[in-house]
Design a protein around this ligand. Sequence first.
Ligand SMILES: Cc1ncc(C[n+]2csc(CCOP(=O)(O)OP(=O)(O)O)c2C)c(N)n1
Ligand code: SF4
Ligand SMILES: [Mg+2]
Length: 351
Amino acid sequence: MTYLAKPKFHHPGLPKNALGYTHRDYEGSISTLCAGCGHDSITAAIIEACFELSVEPHKVAKISGIGCSSKTPTYFLGNSHGFNSVHGRMPSVLTGANLANRELIYLGISGDGDSASIGFGQFAHAIRRGVNMVYIVENNGVYGLTKGQFSATADRGSKSKRGLTNADSAIDMVGIALQLGATYVARSFSGDKEQLVPLIKGAIEHNGAAFIDVISPCVAFNNHAGSTKSFDYVREHNEAVNRLDFITGRTPIAVSYQPGEVEVVEQHDGSKLVLKKVAGDYDPHDRVGAMTFLAKHAALGQVVTGLLYVDREPEDLHRLFNTVDVPLNSLAEKELCPGSAALDKINASLR
Ligand SMILES: Cc1ncc(C[n+]2csc(CCOP(=O)(O)OP(=O)(O)O)c2C)c(N)n1
Ligand code: SF4
Ligand SMILES: [Mg+2]
């Protein structure tokens, strides 16, 4: 058996969202990951974010690669579209699906092995093209599924469970995403649902390439002393630059903070990100400043979390390509095949 179905019954008193759905309507099968795996907490955060946003499950496509992290879409949004692709190939499959149907919310779920090794090129190009998606890397610093080899995000000098020292430099996915032009970039920790849920909500509503690196400890292979991706290490070295509240366009803002303590970032759809500043002088609209801030703190062994960068005017691949406004499967033969005269004209213009 590859998955365990969840019983359908639920308590009649469960809270309902604007669509009349309960959390159960956003769940999937029972997780078969190790008890305590950080990835399960990310699953719970995705369920919470979709419930709170009253996302229509049939309007979501969840796409993943291979790994324990890439298995998790089976455990959430059981009523949504899903495709478990090949190792490292989630970004190109997602890009193709997105180009064919722009009306869905695309959740790309990947691991540090899946995105920082075999899929590094795929990750880079989906981000730099501005594909409208929520790209989540469940980052544990190891290949969990294949039993704990160092991944490319493991810090130099960190120790494996067997005592080996990692000699290679680490790839910082957030730093790369910033450099490549992602228009919404965040880092969080699977053990911090309060921070993670609004970050996911903001990313869903963001109209461009949103990237979230979630440090997600692997309790089986990378949660020991000497690991920089363990629960203890991340709790001790977590440097949050801000805390986020997400407010949909329909809800009036009612926040009671002192002036200067919060910044309200309005997104295209009218939704608002209310940023509570923690690091006083951190500016989430300064891409280069964010890269410098990250590099400085990484050198001190600190894990910077929060909404690190957001572009108020994001570009989306569809806008750049000037594609049709509707899903391709809704186009009739007339639009798809304009006839030989139109083809002759195009050919003539290329001579
Ligand atoms: C083409 C190919 N190469 C190698 C593998 C073996 N493999 C499966 S999962 C994986 C790494 C998974 O690591 P990560 O993406 O970090 O996920 P995690 O299990 O840690 O969540 C590897 C190397 C594979 N399935 N396919
Ligand atoms: S091996 Fe690690 S990543 Fe995989 S399910 Fe177990 S704890 Fe999670
Ligand atoms: Mg991993």
